[in-house]
Ligand binder design. Structure first.
Ligand code: UGA
Length: 437
């Protein structure tokens, strides 16, 4: 099939490459020329394991191209809308300007019988509004909402082998035709027995926002338990292992620490609350305010913990923050807890060095005033405290005996509960972990 992907960021670039891998003829469109130049040269414009290899593979076979000109997408059968929906400045609601712009640009080009499939995370009600616009702009074209659940760091695998496919489609013959087109796109994935659920637009939009809200709630739940553990001397990791064995609860997303960040969970729960307010259903989601508050408290808590461990003052203390990305295997620093804690420590007078295997360039753009060091040995040399905030394996699998020779004080605060504490203590380190005695 001929497929276009509008927006080539973390979602769209991977989606475009994955659709080509499924055997389609794909064109990726983005307004950012540098990004398109990179992609055309099979260079991933961000760090995502496996993406560069996939881009080279599919571009070698001629099934994937990129352009900044939306007219080049006009003859596609299916157009995937993959643009960002960031938080609106100074508000909680989602900023839909890229969705609207991308949608209108393609709606002007689309041929009759073709489909626009929205993948961006949007407030419930957006698809119905866009479908109404499309029925005026190009009555012969169709709209579906087909949310994406990929995780950064696992994006290629998640796109090619998703847990489920969600189709938000209208009733009637147009919906039927949209379903057939999406089934043709995802034939290989469906043949692997991937569950596929069809529903109305609103439910499809809500599947995405409620899934992210549930994940955020799960993380904040265990972080709330970490607060209780800190107040009682209990151990949140043992607690999570124990309750996680109940398969109704499950162990995944019960890792307590500095909390969630990134370009999705924080802004998605806020946009969801804002949308519920507009719908007069704000009471239903007031608990998400608490989820957000628990999460943000963890950042303050880790700063407090470091201050306590350093004898009550951060002034002039040399602290190395291990990690800048919002999670490992990503160079994404959007709402990164690591970066926000690093900046906070600096504001409180510490001399902060940030190190991260992939995210330093992005971090530097966001907080140019912080000090960055790529070389790990240089970064930790002479430190009076290390703080682990992104659990890259370069940090969690480090040799504590060797590291003890490099730092000036063998003190480490584990903000992700990712270290083998016994091993570090045996090597002479003072280890402080969040929610653990
Ligand atoms: C999240 C969802 O997991 C994806 O399903 C969704 O498609 C995506 O948002 C999106 O909306 O596009 P992602 O933002 O890549 O994916 O990252 P997650 O793996 O969900 O992690 C989010 C944050 O939670 C990270 O900062 C991570 O360190 C933190 N986290 C995760 C915890 O603090 N504890 C855990 O147990 C798990």
């Amino acid at each position: 099939m001929r497929i276009s992907v509008i927006g080539c960021g973390y979602l769209g670039a991977v989606h475009a490459a994955a659709m080509a891998k499924l055997g389609h003829d794909v064109i990726g469109i983005d307004v950012d020329e540098r990004k398109i130049d990179d992609l055309q040269a099979s260079k991933a414009p961000f760090f995502e394991p496996g993406l560069t290899e996939l881009l080279s593979e599919v571009q070698g076979s001629g099934s994937l191209s990129f352009s900044t000109n939306i007219a080049d997408a006009a003859d596609a059968d299916v157009h995937f809308l993959c643009v960002g929906t960031p938080q609106r400045k100074g508000e909680n609601a989602a900023d839909l300007r890229y969705v609207d712009a991308g949608f209108r640009a393609i709606a002007e080009q689309i041929k009759p019988g073709a489909l626009i499939a929205g993948k961006s995370t949007v407030p419930v009600g957006t698809a119905a509004r866009l479908a109404a616009e499309l029925s005026v702009l190009q009555p012969g074209a169709m709209l579906a909402w087909n949310p994406e659940f990929l995780r950064e760091g696992h994006a290629v695998q998640d796109t090619l082998s998703p847990d489920r496919l969600i189709y938000g489609i209208p009733d009637g013959p147009q919906g039927q035709r949209a379903l057939e087109l999406l089934d043709d796109v995802y034939r290989q994935i469906l043949d692997a027995d991937t569950p596929r659920l069809t529903m109305g637009y609103e439910t499809a939009e809500l599947v995405k926002t409620s899934a992210n809200s549930f994940l955020a709630t799960k993380i904040s739940f265990i972080n709330a338990m970490a607060e209780i553990c800190e107040a009682t001397g209990a151990d949140v990791k043992v607690l999570a292992d124990s309750i996680g064995l109940d398969d109704r609860i499950g162990r995944k997303f019960l890792n307590a620490g500095v909390g969630f960040g990134g370009g999705c969970l924080p802004k998605d729960i806020r946009a969801f609350m804002a949308r519920a307010g507009e719908l007069g259903a704000d009471q239903a989601l007031t608990f998400l305010r608490e989820v957000d508050a628990i999460n943000m408290r963890r950042r303050e808590r880790v700063v407090e913990l470091i201050r306590e461990e350093l004898g009550g003052s951060l002034l002039g203390k040399r602290i190395t923050v291990l990690g800048a990305a919002f999670k490992p295997n990503s160079d994404d620093v959007r709402d990164s807890p690591a970066l926000s804690v690093g900046a906070q420590l600096q504001l409180l007078g510490a001399i902060v060095t940030m190190t991260d295997p992939e995210a330093l360039a992005n971090a530097r753009m966001r907080f140019p005033e912080l000090q960055y060091e790529q070389n790990l040995e240089e970064a930790i040399g002479g430190a009076e405290a290390l703080v682990l905030l992104t659990e890259w394996k370069q940090f969690t699998e480090a040799d504590p005996v060797a590291w003890a020779q490099l730092v000036s004080v063998p003190l480490i605060v584990d903000g992700r509960n990712a270290l083998d504490i016994d091993k570090w203590r045996e090597a002479g380190w003072h280890v402080k972990a969040m929610g653990r005695p």
